[in-house]
Design a protein around this ligand. Structure first.
Ligand SMILES: Cc1cc2nc3c(=O)[nH]c(=O)nc-3n(C[C@H](O)[C@H](O)[C@H](O)COP(=O)(O)O)c2cc1C
Length: 151
């Protein structure tokens, strides 16, 4: 099992660490070359929206290798009611054929049902299992119990 995650301000990173603690999955941070204005939320929202409108992803600098894993968690924040463009870039670059994929997301208020269709749209290979919001430890624990993935 492996956890791929993208996190701008640390919330998704915390969730990814929790999932790793509970399941034993290894962690890979998806890092990008672009330096985002993460301390200026309104500017950051504009930058994200511009990427989403133009369908341009930042360049990924992490080495992502999922060959040895059958089950992959993919996590990121919700940006402007959508996924950050880097998640769609992952599916353009990495082949997930034969893998099970579980999305987990963090947000201020957006719910899983509001982001699920966007995730289904960007996943180009692999089999999607039930994903979840990972804003707090209880949500994470409950979902992993349901999936029977607690180590
Ligand atoms: C550019 C941007 C857009 C955002 N858009 C939304 C949104 O549409 N809905 C929402 O609930 N939260 C939104 N948020 C809040 C983040 O999803 C939330 O703070 C998330 O947990 C941040 O994760 P991170 O610390 O791993 O980057 C947005 C934050 C940023 C920076």
């Amino acid at each position: 099992m492996q956890i791929l995650y993208f996190s701008l301000t640390g919330t998704t990173k915390k969730a990814a660490n929790k999932i790793s603690d509970l399941t034993g999955a290894t962690l890979t941070e998806i890092e990008v070359k672009r330096v985002y204005p993460k301390d200026d939320l309104s500017k950051m929202k504009d930058v994200a929206l511009e990427e989403q409108k133009d369908k341009i992803s930042p360049e990924i600098v992490s080495n992502i290798d999922v060959k040895k894993d059958d089950l992959i968690f993919i996590g990121c924040p919700v940006w402007n009611q959508q996924l950050p463009m880097v998640i769609s870039e992952i599916f353009d670059k990495v082949n997930f054929e034969g893998k099970k994929i579980i999305g987990f997301f963090t947000s201020g208020s957006t719910k899983y049902t509001e982001i699920e269709s966007d995730f289904k749209r960007v996943v180009k290979s692999g089999q999607i299992l039930d994903g979840f919001m990972a804003n707090d430890n209880e949500e994470i624990l409950n979902h992993l119990k349901k999936l029977e993935l607690i180590k």
